[in-house]
Design a protein around this ligand. Structure first.
Ligand code: ACO
Length: 362
């Protein structure tokens, strides 16, 4: 029997995270996600995912220092980014720059936590360097007194960010650090399973993340909401799309058959940040309409908002432009990918499924 898209197939055992799609639960290393977002920082949760336990003060300080000391882009990476065509999308720039990082150190088998930390530290600087270059603005070097998330916003905007903006982005980044055997993580594990290096595995994952059915959805959400605002009739826009066989971006999930807990947490955070707001009202109305329309036109498919729906709203609330959505998601998911790459390397079997030949014999 063939399981198209490997639906429902268990491909590995993991200690990193657990998703209960029926109950709408997400657990990182034994901790329910809602217990992590309001108590711990990006760095603490990243440490948890890499090591399996939360850091004490000394371990946390050491991780922060290691992230800080790896934030600067190597000169060859800057030169490479400078040479890339200006029309190249940011995800492709990230994939290319991180791929080039493979030449800077000896990233051989087996992968290490230090390598994971280095790639995690570099990702926001790559995004900010390129984004400011495209806007003809001067590069803003990392500011070492700022933690990971605050420094990312600082490098993008050139000013120390508001605490509220850091808090909301940090919540989003913690919620998206890790998510089981999703397409990009699977891709990373497949590459790592050949005993290839960590940089190659992360590059594979970035290529997978880029697609609109995975990490590329948030910009589609903004387009959907903009279209609803322009037409002034959410139901009509949604019915038209579905009748043309299109998907409503930000809805549906392979695993969650109820509300995505990350979408619920983001919606609450967003409400805390912006309160009553025309754009948030539009998003919440669109959510209600979409769930009703999808229930009618796609009965039994259990389609609700996924993390991308409110992620798009979060990014808009902190004035992050749409081309930064998927790269920002990637900058956090690198932690989950590298945790999986490390886990794969501990007890490795190469991934090698089979295909069924349906051609003829000539
Ligand atoms: N809008 C309309 N119909 C949908 C949607 C949607 N967003 N999602 C699924 N469906 C329908 C499909 O058309 C299909 O209908 P059919 O049975 O009549 O053919 C049915 O629901 C099942 O769809 P599948 O694609 O088989 O479901 P799957 O679990 O494989 O897909 C996916 C999950 C890819 C996320 C899908 O729901 C989708 O395309 N959503 C829109 C894109 C999106 O928001 N992606 C972000 C996901 S979250 C993340 O990656 C971080």
């Amino acid at each position: 029997m063939i399981q198209k898209g490997l639906k429902g197939i268990v491909a590995a055992e993991t200690l990193i995270s657990h998703i209960d799609g029926e109950k709408g639960e997400l657990i990182y290393r034994g901790y329910e996600i809602g217990k992590l977002t309001n108590r711990y920082s990006f760095e603490e949760v990243a440490y948890l995912l890499w090591h399996g336990y939360l850091p004490d003060e000394v371990q946390l300080r050491a991780l922060k220092n290691e992230l800080m000391s790896n934030r600067d882009l190597p000169e060859n990476m800057k030169k490479l980014i400078d040479l890339l065509p200006s029309g190249m999308d940011l995800m492709s720039v990230m994939r290319t720059a991180i791929s080039a990082e493979g030449g800077n150190f000896n990233y051989g088998w087996k992968p290490t936590v230090s390598q994971a930390i280095r790639i995690t530290a570099l990702a926001p600087t790559i995004i900010a360097y390129r984004k400011r270059q495209l806007e003809s603005k001067e590069f803003v070097p990392p500011l070492n007194e700022l933690d990971h998330v605050a420094n990312y916003l600082y490098m993008l905007n050139g000013s120390v960010p508001l605490d509220a903006h850091v808090e909301v982005l940090e919540t989003y980044m913690i919620l998206t650090l890790e998510h089981g055997m999703n397409a990009s993580t699977f891709s990373a594990r497949v590459t790592a399973s050949t005993e290839s290096d960590l940089v190659s595995a992360v590059s594979s994952a970035i290529g997978t993340m880029k697609g609109p059915l995975h990490g590329g959805a948030p910009s589609g959400v903004i387009e959907l909401l903009d279209e609803i605002a322009a037409v002034g009739d959410a139901e009509k826009v949604m019915r038209d799309k579905i009748s043309k066989g299109e998907r409503l971006m930000g809805f549906g999930h392979r695993v969650y058959k109820t509300h995505d807990p990350r979408a619920i947490a983001l919606k609450a955070k967003l409400w805390e940040l912006v309160g009553q707001d025309a754009w948030l009202d539009l998003a919440m109305d669109a959510e209600k309409t979409a769930v009703r329309v999808l229930e009618e036109l796609k009965p039994g498919r259990s389609l609700y908002t996924n993390v991308e729906f409110y992620a798009a709203a979060i990014m808009k609330a902190i004035n992050m432009e749409a081309d930064l959505f998927t790269p920002t998601f990637t900058a956090s998911r690198i932690v989950g990918w590298t945790a999986h790459i490390l886990e794969q390397s501990e007890n490795n079997t190469i991934y090698r499924p089979q295909s069924k030949y349906i051609g003829t014999l000539k």
